[in-house]
Design a protein around this ligand. Structure first.
Ligand code: NAP
Length: 238
């Protein structure tokens, strides 16, 4: 049975990934930061193992890795999903806002990947799936720090795919469009309607649809795919 770690599994897309991977018979580990009661419900419901860790904090990440390695062994598949967003005019973004965005969305991905990549290198096999965003491809107005961090995720994915290919580790990226999660709770009905108008499939996506794509990129069915950015966005970026 393969072990998969999903970061940010307590809500939204990460939560959908926990359910999808459990359904497919993987042994699932997920981390949460603040949403303890949500995490407990998911863990009780699915049997997935939960770990508290702020991924931007290297000590938390090392403790999480120690806990998993000591009690369960290696991770075969890593889903770097945890992330934060913020909407602000560029001129209002503070240095703190900027640092927090990159600490979670980019440094967190670096720390978690570093903590588990040895498992895959030693095993000469593995899958890493990073969650970017359509804004990392197109750039989003009033989300410069978020968009820049998600563009960095794409550069990280491609570079790591080149470096880890010889170790038979595939590194890919999923770039969701507008997905129905709490991250988009700030959107008004009007905002959502106009986003749907811009989307060829004319609707907002579901977290489960992203989770199924992540599961595909984690499976043997995607064995010759690496360094790719797969959009799950209803066509909004075409
Ligand atoms: P969400 O509903 O806000 O959930 C975010 C998840 O990330 C939560 O489980 C949260 O944990 C976790 N998290 C946040 N900061 C963390 C930290 N410092 N350490 C550990 N975990 C942390 O967001 P979502 O919509 O599911 O988004 C998931 C990913 O998809 C993000 O990377 C996001 O940028 C990306 N994405 C989302 C959309 C969208 O439309 N929803 C579109 C494109 C890309 P706690 O609640 O426990 O703190």
């Amino acid at each position: 049975m393969k072990n998969v770690l999903i970061t940010g599994g307590s809500r939204g897309i990460g939560k959908a990934c926990v359910y999808e991977f459990c359904k497919r018979g993987y042994r699932v580990f997920f981390n949460y930061n603040n949403s303890q009661s949500e995490a407990e419900k998911i863990s009780a419901d699915t049997g997935a193992v939960m770990v508290q860790a702020d991924i931007s904090n290297s000590e938390d990440v090392i403790n999480m890795a120690d806990y998993i390695h000591t009690n369960y062994g290696r991770i075969d598949i890593l889903v770097n999903n945890a992330g934060i967003a913020q909407q602000k005019l560029f001129t209002d973004i503070t240095e703190n806002d900027w640092d927090r965005m990159f600490d979670v969305n980019m440094k967190g991905m670096f720390l978690v990947t570093k903590a588990f990549v040895h498992d895959m290198i030693i095993n000469q096999s593995g899958k890493i799936i990073n969650i970017s965003s359509m804004w990392g491809i197109t750039g989003g107005s009033c989300e410069v720090h978020y968009s820049a961090s998600k563009a960095a995720v794409i550069g990280f994915t491609k570079s790591l795919a080149k470096e880890l290919g010889p170790s038979n580790i595939c590194v890919n990226c999923v770039a969701p469009g507008v997905i129905e999660t709490e991250m988009n709770s700030h959107l008004s009905d009007e905002d959502k309607e106009s986003l749907c108008d811009e989307t060829p499939l004319f609707r907002i996506g579901k977290p489960e649809e992203v989770a199924k794509t992540v599961a595909f990129l984690s499976s043997d069915d995607s064995g010759f795919i690496t360094g790719q950015i797969l959009s799950v966005d209803g066509g909004i970026t075409i």
